[in-house]
Unconditional design. Sequence first.
Length: 243
Amino acid sequence: MELLGLHHVSILTGKAEKNYQFFTKVLGMRLVKKTVNQDNTQSYHLFYADGEGTPGTEVTFFDIPGLARTHQGASDISTVSLRVKSTDSLHFWKERFEQYGVEYEEIAKRANRDTLAFKDYEGTRLLLVADNGEKGVRAGVPWKREDIPLEHAIIGLGPVTLTVGTSEPTVDVLTNIMGFRYVSSYPSLAGDHRDILVYATGEGGSGAEVHIETRPDLPKVRLGRGGVHHVAFRVPNEEEYNK
């Protein structure tokens, strides 16, 4: 089996209205669908993506009003990345975050890519990743907005980071069951910790990677609003899915 790359990431929110405002008005993503949570039809399930709803560009949110905040730790999908075209785009987004009062960090290298870390109003850890012409899984189609130039728009999902207490079990599942391959590693930006491991599938590149951060010093995550519920991967067809 060889997966094609990322399909979508689903996150928890405690307030659908503010979530909609942030992801459409601030980040400029398209609301491609508003439905209900399959497990609780009294709450919303919101889908944001590129201009065409392309697989590999979707971020979805389960709306659970009154949900407590996430207590970060290990056993967690700790960071979700969003792709942009270039490093110039990161500078555009820095200025936009200043305008909207979004918490962000300085541009930094991760896995030899320029990145811009930021958080939404619920503390979701997000990352803009510059493609800069890199080969691999193709990006999506930007959603046209007057206040965000097409060349700087968000164009899909980038790598997800898994923070774990020990890496071996997760690496075993990724490589021996899911068919991922080891690509590289890069230094942790969180201090004196083990290098972060990079695994890829399919054509590789930003839209097909999982990064493994090993943090035995952290307690286990307590998932709440702003926390990531799951990440999903793409298969080529239903026949492959049923194997």
